[in-house]
Design a protein. Structure first.
Length: 266
């Protein structure tokens, strides 16, 4: 009898265990203490008030910090969204939103972020930074420009697909070698972001994978920029798995994007 009760207790505990992919939403109010002498640095933010990509965030944060170092820039990695204030953001040239999900900014923090972009600050937003857990109008209009509607599931969740470069002369696409057929979790959106003012740099050939009828877009951008923003804004839907960040093409795109958004070089 006691053994049966113990088993039941273990099962109940297991069922009640929190899902690490769905952390409790927290709004940060106390800003972190920054290292001294940060200037024109790279801010890497992986705050998650929505789905947390526990598989790739630790590795991709390290890769992004290494990229900043290779560009000759200091970086600071945090999950404290209270860093989005005017005084601290002035230490950075570019904010990398590494699968930062959910509405993780308070209204005051979002206003500080908007001012950062308005005075020329760059944004590199990756993967879940463009999913539908973001609902704030300024964010969706400025950073994403469209609405995430899903990705293939079950056995089709991760597929190789052919990436087509639409803007081969753009500095972000410099050095990308073709053909390129990475394996990823391919996001679909309710509309082509170019219809809402974005400029697509790359798209997916839908004939090269199985999106499913409900997720087909026809013209299916996967990497784009916002030419209307005063700061340089870049979004890439790629990057679900840790291995994505070691792919030579994607690593090069990320380095180019950070360099371009931060205005660090030619």
């Amino acid at each position: 009898m006691y053994r049966v009760l113990a088993i039941i207790a273990l099962l109940v505990t297991a069922q009640a265990a929190p899902n690490p992919h769905l952390p409790t939403a927290i709004y940060d109010t106390v800003a972190p203490t920054l290292p001294k002498n940060l200037d024109r640095a790279v801010l890497i933010v992986s705050k998650t008030n929505g789905w947390r990509h526990i598989e790739h965030i630790p590795h991709s944060n390290a890769v992004l910090a290494d990229i900043a170092k290779s560009l000759g820039r200091a970086s600071y990695t945090t999950e404290n969204a209270a860093i989005f204030n005017d005084e601290q953001l002035r230490h950075f040239s570019v904010v990398v939103l590494n699968s930062a999900s959910g509405d993780f900014l308070t209204q005051e923090q979002q206003s500080a972020f908007a001012r950062f972009v308005a005075r020329g600050g760059g944004v590199v937003a990756l993967h879940a930074a463009g999913d539908n857990s973001h609902t704030a109008p300024w964010y969706t209009k400025t950073i994403i420009g469209t609405k995430f509607i899903g990705h293939p599931g079950d056995k089709d969740q991760f597929q190789s697909a052919r990436v087509i470069i639409d803007q081969p002369r753009h500095p972000i696409m410099a050095g990308v070698t073709l053909p390129w057929t990475p394996v990823d979790e391919w996001y679909s959106f309710d509309a082509n972001p170019e219809m809402r003012g974005m400029t697509a740099l790359a798209r997916i050939d839908e004939a090269s994978y199985r999106p499913g009828a409900k997720l087909m877009m026809g013209n299916h951008p996967v990497i784009w920029i916002n030419p209307a923003a005063k700061g340089r804004v870049f979004y890439s839907a790629l990057g679900h798995s840790p291995e994505s960040y070691d792919d030579p093409n994607y690593h090069r795109i990320l380095a180019n994007a950070i360099n371009w958004a931060g205005r660090f070089g030619p």
